[in-house]
Ligand binder design. Structure first.
Ligand SMILES: [Fe+2]
Ligand SMILES: [Fe+2]
Length: 280
């Protein structure tokens, strides 16, 4: 039995410490679960895309947990595909890699194959986008019958695999089709994401999709459209059995203060950085 904890969207920074108070309770709760791995599904930082110290700070916090951890980058960590001011770039990816290692990874544990993906490359046209897809195909082919779980920041879709473009909130329909073809072909058992700051799980065509909630803040209706899921903070606890059975429980973490980004948006993500539609 493999025990995982997924945490997400911590949005931490020494400079802008608005959500820093939620780290201690999250870290204490995570340690108490005694997981084999902690997996952070991105937006570790307030602005690692432009502020290297945010990456340094968050890497230190994760190391201090004393638990093996794996992370995938979010839009606030490495920039986003086609973002006007913070496009994902070689320079941003190199900074990420310096502090967290590669933005994509594979880990075999407890009979499972865990795969971390950089969702910020998807749809970017950056040379690493095609390289990542080719790598993922290979990693799927080489799974040798292990059940497979993916971890990525941005979800592949919000409500249905064939839905139209949801813009900022999920992967664009074009690349989504390619990634879903891999999901189907290789029977990916679990796809865990962050980014939406909402808690949700569902099963589609035999694949479990889990939206890990943020431990930092929630988004009001003025900044986030209607979509499935619950607006609550927390984390996810997983038990993955060798036979491919899986339990995923989205849980409240004691001691988290409930922040809403709406009141803090100007201060944290000022208009000049043009991340205003990018709260997730
Ligand atoms: Fe995000
Ligand atoms: Fe986020």
């Amino acid at each position: 039995m493999l025990r995982l904890v997924q945490i997400s969207d911590t949005h931490l920074s020494r400079r802008k410490a608005h959500f820093a108070g939620n780290w201690s309770p999250l870290a204490a709760w995570t340690a108490a679960q005694r997981p084999d791995f902690v997996i952070h599904t991105g937006d570790l930082t307030i602005d690692g895309a432009d502020t290297e110290d945010d990456l340094v700070y968050c890497a230190g916090l994760l190391r201090d947990l004393g638990i093996p951890f794996r992370v995938v980058p979010g839009n606030h960590d490495v920039g986003d595909s086609n973002h006007r001011h913070q496009p994902v770039s070689g320079e941003r990816l190199a900074r990420w890699t310096r502090h967290f290692g590669p933005d994509r990874w594979v880990e075999d544990a407890g009979g499972w194959r865990l795969v971390g993906l950089d969702a910020m490359l998807i749809g970017s046209g950056h040379p690493e986008e095609a390289a990542q897809f080719g790598w993922a195909e290979q990693v799927m082919r080489d799974a040798e019958g292990r059940p497979i779980a993916w971890f990525l920041h941005r979800p592949l879709f919000l409500e249905a695999p064939d839905e139209p473009d949801t813009g900022y909130w999920s992967v664009r329909p074009g690349p989504r089709r390619d990634w879903l073809a891999l999901v189907r072909h290789y029977n990916v058992a679990l796809i865990a994401s962050g980014h939406l700051h909402k808690a949700h799980q569902c099963a589609v065509a035999g694949t479990r999709y889990v939206w890990g909630p943020s431990s930092a803040f929630l988004c009001g209706p003025g900044v986030q459209p209607e979509m499935p899921g619950e607006k609550r903070l927390g984390a996810v606890r997983y038990e993955l059995g060798e036979a491919g059975d899986l339990r995923a429980e989205i849980v409240a973490v004691p001691g988290l203060a409930e922040h809403w980004i709406d009141d803090l948006l100007e201060e944290i993500y000022p208009a000049h950085t043009d991340t205003r539609p990018a709260q997730g």
